[in-house]
Design a protein around this ligand. Structure first.
Ligand SMILES: Cc1ncc(COP(=O)(O)O)c(C=O)c1O
Length: 385
C-alpha cells in the first residue's frame, strides 16, 4: 500500500455518509465524526464481494475462523492469551458501554467516568437511571494529560461499582502506561470496581514510544473484573458494517452481561457482512494498517505544527487515534465549533465530550483536505484581529 492510496480523493457525497451528508451542498469540509475517508483494505472489499455473490443472506453465527483469528491476534499483538468463549459479539460498542453500566451498577448506583471523553460514556449512566461520578483528565505543565488521582480517591463512594475507561483515550489521544494501569487496578481492587475498558482505538498507536496494554492483562483481579471492548471498525474503517466484540473472561460477569443485552441488543445473527469484513481485515489487513499508521503519523505531525502556530489554538501530541483535541482560547469566539463551521470546517464540538473550550478534528483524511482545513482555520482566526 502506498501513500497515494491514503491521498486519493474519494467522493463520499451521495452515499448516505453521516459525515459528508451533514454538509450536503455546503462548502464545509467534514472533519467531525470518527470515520476515515479511505477505502478499507482491498482484501476486505474482495471478501465482501465474495460473500455477496453467494446470494443467500439468512441468519448467521460468528464464524469459528474469525474467533480463532481474534484469539491469535490478541496474543500476537497485545500479549493477551484469551479463550474463545470469552468473546461476545455486538453490532457496535456504544450499546456495550450502556450494557456494561447496567450490568455492573444497579439503578441509583454510580459509574466513574473520566472526562473529557467520547460522549456516550457520559450519557450511559443517566440513560440507565444510574448516576455518574465524574473524574477528570488534567492537562499537565509539560503538555500531556493525566488522571486526577487525588480527586478520584477523595470522591469515590461506596455505591460506585464500575470504572469506565477509554484507552487509548478519545479525545485526548493518551495511551495509558503500565504504571497508570497498575495504579488504576490497585484503586479498583481496593474499591471492588469492575472496569469497562473501551480499547477500540488500540490498533491506532501513533507514538513509537507507546504501546497498548489491555487493562485485563494487568493482574488476575483485572482479568476477572473487566469487560474489554474492541472492534475492527476504527482501525479498518468499517464503522457502517456493525461488528464489535466484548472480551469478558469471568464467566459469571459474562453471563450477567449477556442477560442485560438479551432481547434488546440484537444477537449476532445479522452480522454476515460485518463478520466477513472483520475476518478479512484481521487476516490480511496488516500491511494496510501499517501504511495507514504512517499516513496518520504524518498528518498528526503536520497538524501539530500548524495548529500550534495559529494564535489561540493549542494541540498537545496525541499518542493514538486520528482525532485531534484542540484547545481554543480566543476571547472573541463564544462557540468554536460554530465559528469554524461558519468558516468552512466542520469539527466536533467539545461540549458533549465535557469541555466547551475544545473542538475535535478528525485527521483521517487526505493530506490535501487537511491542508485546506488548516488554511481555512488560519484565515478564520486571522480575521479576528
Ligand atoms: C472510544 C469509542 N468507543 C466507541 C465508539 C463507537 O463505536 P461503535 O460505532 O462500534 O458503536 C467510538 C467511535 O468513535 C469511540 O471513539
Amino acid at each position: 500500500m502506498t501513500n497515494t492510496f491514503f491521498n486519493e480523493d474519494i467522493d463520499r457525497r451521495g452515499t448516505s455518509s453521516l459525515k459528508w451528508d451533514k454538509y450536503k451542498e455546503q462548502d464545509i469540509l467534514p472533519m467531525w465524526v470518527a470515520d476515515m475517508d479511505f477505502q478499507s483494505p482491498p482484501e476486505v472489499v474482495a471478501a465482501l464481494y465474495d460473500r455477496v455473490s453467494h446470494g443467500v443472506f439468512g441468519y448467521t453465527t460468528p464464524p469459528e475462523s474469525l474467533e480463532q483469528i481474534v484469539v491469535e491476534r490478541l496474543n500476537n499483538l497485545y500479549d493477551w492469551p484469551i479463550e474463545q468463549e470469552w468473546l461476545d459479539w455486538l453490532p457496535g460498542l456504544v450499546c456495550a458501554l450502556n450494557i456494561s453500566v447496567r450490568t455492573c451498577a444497579k439503578e441509583g448506583e454510580f459509574a466513574a467516568v473520566p472526562c473529557p471523553v467520547y460522549y456516550p460514556f457520559l450519557t450511559a449512566p443517566g440513560l440507565g437511571n444510574r448516576q455518574m461520578m465524574q473524574i477528570f483528565w488534567n492537562k499537565t505543565n509539560n503538555g500531556s494529560w493525566e488522571l486526577d488521582w487525588d480527586w478520584l480517591e477523595q470522591n469515590i463512594n461506596k455505591d460506585t461499582k464500575i470504572f469506565m475507561l477509554c484507552n487509548p483515550q478519545n479525545p485526548n489521544g493518551r495511551v495509558l502506561t503500565r504504571e497508570e494501569l497498575e495504579r488504576l487496578e490497585q484503586f479498583c481492587k481496593k474499591h471492588q470496581l469492575v472496569v469497562c475498558s473501551d480499547e477500540v482505538h488500540c490498533d491506532l498507536i501513533l507514538d513509537r514510544d507507546s504501546c497498548h496494554i489491555p487493562y485485563a492483562t494487568i493482574s488476575d483481579y483485572a482479568r476477572d473484573n473487566s469487560i474489554t471492548l474492541m472492534s475492527p471498525s476504527k482501525t479498518f474503517n468499517l464503522a457502517g458494517l456493525g461488528c464489535a466484540y466484548a472480551v469478558i473472561p469471568n464467566p459469571e460477569l459474562r453471563k450477567r452481561f449477556r442477560r442485560t443485552r438479551k432481547g434488546i441488543v440484537p444477537d449476532p445473527d445479522n452480522m454476515i457482512f460485518g463478520f466477513a469484513a472483520a475476518e478479512a481485515a484481521y487476516r490480511n489487513g496488516e500491511p494496510w494498517r501499517q501504511s495507514l499508521l504512517e499516513h496518520l503519523r504524518s498528518n498528526h505531525e503536520y497538524l501539530m505544527e500548524q495548529i500550534n502556530n495559529i494564535p489561540g489554538l493549542t494541540m498537545t501530541p496525541h499518542q493514538a487515534t486520528y482525532l485531534a483535541w484542540i484547545e481554543c482560547k480566543l476571547p472573541e469566539i463564544k462557540n468554536a465549533q460554530l465559528f469554524f463551521e461558519e468558516h468552512g470546517v466542520g469539527l466536533s464540538a467539545g461540549a458533549p465530550f465535557g469541555d466547551p473550550n475544545y473542538v475535535r478534528l478528525n485527521f483521517g483524511c487526505t493530506r490535501k483536505q487537511l491542508e485546506e482545513a488548516v488554511r481555512r482555520m488560519k484565515t478564520a482566526v486571522s480575521k479576528l484581529t
